[in-house]
Design a protein around this ligand. Structure first.
Ligand SMILES: C[S@@+](CC[C@H](N)C(=O)[O-])C[C@H]1O[C@@H](n2cnc3c(N)ncnc32)[C@H](O)[C@@H]1O
Length: 278
């Protein structure tokens, strides 16, 4: 139970027994990356409200008696508007049911979790948050790309390549500094622009960069290239969403550290490290 809820206000807003909303992170894809707490809550929830990035293996953990409501958002195709999702959560909790609001990755990383909780807090609905492994951490691990490394990157920045109004305005001078790793969520459609801006703001054309599609899943694919070649390489390979872009010298480490989806020969099945220029 969160400690910020004003109990008298909550009781006034919820005359009947109000349920609790559990904002739960489902992790990046592989169901084994779910937390134990998330799995327990899924088994016990009265209703689970879930997004499109939550896979079938995670959904299989929902208890038999639970209702499932899909409210997924895909780029340019929102099955339910955010305001309607917010209202739905309030209505379900007010009906006395315990609700799991299940989101891909971590709910507080580019997941609108904060926005949804603000509405619940204002309505006096009790909530808890269960963190999940965010895509940057899960996908980088399964791609064999450490996000930091003492020889290559002393910091790591997560940014979104897709803003609310569809534009992609980022702090390019800050992102184009060396000795850091930049992870771009939702950057596939703007990939050519992102690479060009990083070069325009000082990074060399041959700076390592990778796109990982469907990371942590059996269908994971990784394209490693450079800022100068990545957009074309990704288009050529026809990578499908969700995709995460990783920029920085750490990308080269995949050559040594790739482990997931590698064949018996130890050669990664889908990498293109040869496209990294020396
Ligand atoms: C709306 S954001 C949600 C992020 C999520 N809350 C998290 O913490 O990972 C969706 C973006 O996350 C990234 N993403 C999520 N799962 C991914 C996966 N399995 N492989 C690659 N990228 C992924 C993609 O960039 C996708 O467009």
């Amino acid at each position: 139970m969160n400690s910020f809820v004003d109990l008298p206000a909550m009781l006034a807003a919820c005359p009947a027994r109000c349920g609790t909303v559990y904002l739960v992170g489902a992790g990046p894809g592989d169901a084994d990356l779910l937390t134990l707490r998330a799995a327990r809550l899924l088994a016990q929830a009265d209703v689970v409200v879930y997004d499109h990035l939550v896979g079938p293996e995670v959904l299989a953990l929902i208890g038999d008696g639970s209702e499932r409501l899909y409210v997924g958002k895909e780029r340019s195709h929102h099955s339910m508007a955010q305001d309607d999702i917010n209202r739905l959560l309030v209505r379900l909790a007010r009906s006395g049911r315990n609700v799991v609001r299940l989101k891909g990755g971590d709910p507080f990383v580019f997941g609108r979790g904060g926005e949804e909780l603000q509405v619940l807090a204002a309505e006096g609905i009790a909530f808890e948050v269960v963190p999940g492994i965010t895509a940057a951490c899960g996908v980088a691990s399964y791609a064999g790309i450490p996000l930091t490394h003492r020889d290559h990157a002393q910091s790591c920045t997560f940014v979104t390549g897709h803003l609310k109004d569809g534009s992609c305005e980022l702090d390019w001078p800050a992102l184009a500094r060396p000795r850091q790793t930049v992870v771009i969520y939702m950057g596939l459609s703007g990939l050519a622009t992102i690479c060009a801006q990083l070069v325009a703001h000082g990074l060399p054309q041959d700076w390592p960069a990778a796109v990982v599609a469907q990371g942590t899943l059996a269908s994971q694919r990784v394209v490693c290239a450079t800022l100068g070649t990545l957009a074309d390489a990704v288009a050529r390979e026809g990578l499908q969403s969700p995709c995460l872009t990783i920029v920085g010298q750490v990308v080269r480490l995949r050559d040594e550290l790739a482990w997931f989806g590698t064949q018996d020969t130890g050669v990664p099945a889908t990498t293109h490290l040869s496209t990294i220029e020396a």
